[in-house]
Design a protein around this ligand. Structure first.
Ligand code: PDD
Length: 286
């Protein structure tokens, strides 16, 4: 079956799915995106992803490409046309196509919208989670507005590649004061000796992850304590558990940081529990 992408108003087979060379996403990374999990054919946490998209667009002053309701329809239609049961949905909005000039294009330039969906092997993801991933640390080198989910991801690309080259699954950015900000494409967490979940406040240095928000709700529902505060690499190395959260990873146990095993070097019980219960708490679409 050929894959279908939604490109500026049309559902197209992949071979014909293309954007203009003067798309500002291509020239300036002038755009934003979202990634949602698809589970049993349903989009996970669509409402929250669309709310965050609206916020990202607002911060960059890119007009919404369509109403949230119409966009929701396009997302579901893209999942359906690609017959995705288990997988990922990707959507990207850029400031549109215009002659190259850094300042905004003329008023009325239409934002460009691309939506794709792909199948992913759930069993493989579960096997990875059973084993847990290793993490490396890298110096934070991104701009201050990482709260906006922009497609300008070169530092994240380089960090993730550095992780891969050492056999690790994720890289954690560490700021000048030695505090972990977040992963190349995930939020970072540790568990204290007392069993509290620690993650950096979303006020600075990180993207407010949707998965992170759902974990907050799970913690509240199951009486787990959350300490929303920055933590250093040293503290992470002494932690009882560590894990990352993202739509692509759900809750992924971290078993090693910079080559040092965390606790007994196996996925921790809280990370496993949060992963197992995640979809009972997340909003799953119709
Ligand atoms: N990234 N921080 C960064 C830098 C991210 O890129 C992501 C997700 C997250 C977690 O956000 P959420 O829980 O809403 O997925 C945090 C997506 C999955 C990606 O770029 O593939």
């Amino acid at each position: 079956m050929s894959r279908i992408a939604f490109v500026n108003g049309r559902y197209l087979p992949y071979r014909q799915a293309a954007v203009h060379i003067e798309d500002r996403g291509y020239q300036f990374a002038d755009g934003v995106y979202e990634v949602c999990e698809v589970r049993e054919g349903h989009i996970v946490d669509e409402r929250r992803h669309l709310e965050r998209l609206s916020r990202s667009l607002g911060e960059l002053r890119i007009p919404p490409p369509m109403t949230p309701r119409a966009l929701g329809f396009v997302l579901r239609e893209t999942v359906r046309l690609n017959r995705v049961r288990e997988g990922l949905l990707y959507l990207q909005v850029t400031r549109g196509v215009a002659r190259r000039e850094h300042a905004f294009p003329p008023a009325g330039t239409r934002p460009a919208l691309v939506v794709t969906a792909r199948t992913r092997d759930r069993a493989k993801a579960e096997t990875l989670a059973e084993a847990g991933i290793a993490v490396i640390t890298v110096a934070e080198n991104r701009w201050e507005r990482v709260d906006i989910k922009t497609i300008a991801l070169v530092p994240n690309v380089l960090a993730r590649q550095a992780a891969r080259e050492t056999g690790a699954g994720e890289a954690w950015f560490v700021d000048e004061e030695g505090f972990v900000t977040e992963g190349a494409a995930s939020n970072a967490w540790i568990v204290t000796e007392e069993g509290a979940l620690v993650t950096r406040p979303a006020e600075s240095g990180i993207l407010r992850g949707i998965t992170r928000t759902v974990v907050f709700e799970m913690a509240a529902a199951s009486g787990l304590k959350i300490e929303e505060r920055p933590f250093r690499v040293d503290e992470a190395l002494q932690a009882r558990e560590a894990f990352v959260t993202a739509a692509t990873q759900i809750v992924m146990p971290v078993i090693k940081i910079d080559g040092t095993p965390i606790a007994d070097g196996k996925p921790g019980p809280l990370a496993r529990m949060l992963r197992a219960r995640f979809h009972a708490v997340a909003e799953i679409g119709e």
